[in-house]
Design a protein around this ligand. Sequence first.
Ligand code: CP
Ligand code: NVA
Length: 305
Amino acid sequence: MTSGIRHFTDLSALSGSDLRGILDDAAKRKARLKAGERSKPLEGKVLAMIFDKPSTRTRISFDVGMRQLGGETIMLTGTEMQLGRSESIADTAKVLSRYVDAIMIRTTAHDRLLELTENATVPVINGLTDDTHPCQLMADILTFEEHRGPVRGKTFAWTGDGNNVLHSLLEASARFSFNVNIAVPEGSEPEQKYIDWARANGGKVMITRSPEDAVRGVDTIVTDCWVSMGQEHRARGHNVFLPYQVNSDLMKHAKPDALFMHCLPAHRGEEVTDEVIDGPNSVVFDEAENRLHAQKAVLAWCLGA
Ligand code: CP
Ligand code: NVA
């Protein structure tokens, strides 16, 4: 962040204390909202949102979050902009920076996010790329701590595909000092650089083929779809992933009060059974709600509100 602009690209790009500050702010803003307080610190500010992939939660929570903070949003898709007719990301970044106060982008290749960030003169927020999903992890840590207290020293298990959400979970594990056990089938491993970075920054990461070994005694089990948006070329047969399904048998190996977490959308009957996602330990809708509160704090951090 040499430019002094507060981009929110990845959890690895921010310090642990900045991230903790954002989470503390999110919890306070959530409490104040529930108490009926309505302050408008972003009045007059405009957030441009670019979506190169579909979204329900990210789109609506950023839109509602900006409105609650007194700001406004402009919703854009890559295909309806000149971006879709080969205007460069760099030029798009420079143009948007003349109009709006911040840019949120959900896109494919992570390099597109980085190119936007390098060329924008306003804060850029990562709303998911093929590689990472940092806003999701901010909401997830907020959710975990609401239910189980400080995340430091706790253990999360991930079972399924080694995808963008897992990469951000690995980054979060180092920044918030918790452990991650990963069970993935051969060929679905997370990118090694995320494991290496987490370990180099104090994270404790265990990786195995056995979902039972990964979830034994953990505080929460996390999973996600078996095929991410735009990753259909990596799609594996469902029989490869079925042993990694989170069902009540697998949950029994975790702590009795272990939480079940999922960023949603869920593919019920695939990565998780109805019994688990609708069960008493599931916090998936709290995670979805907390996207709103966490991202309001991210917006406030980026815009100095
Ligand atoms: N979890 C999440 O990012 O959901 P959407 O794809 O609906 O935004
Ligand atoms: N891993 C999923 C997350 C969706 C919110 C995807 O990228 O499609």
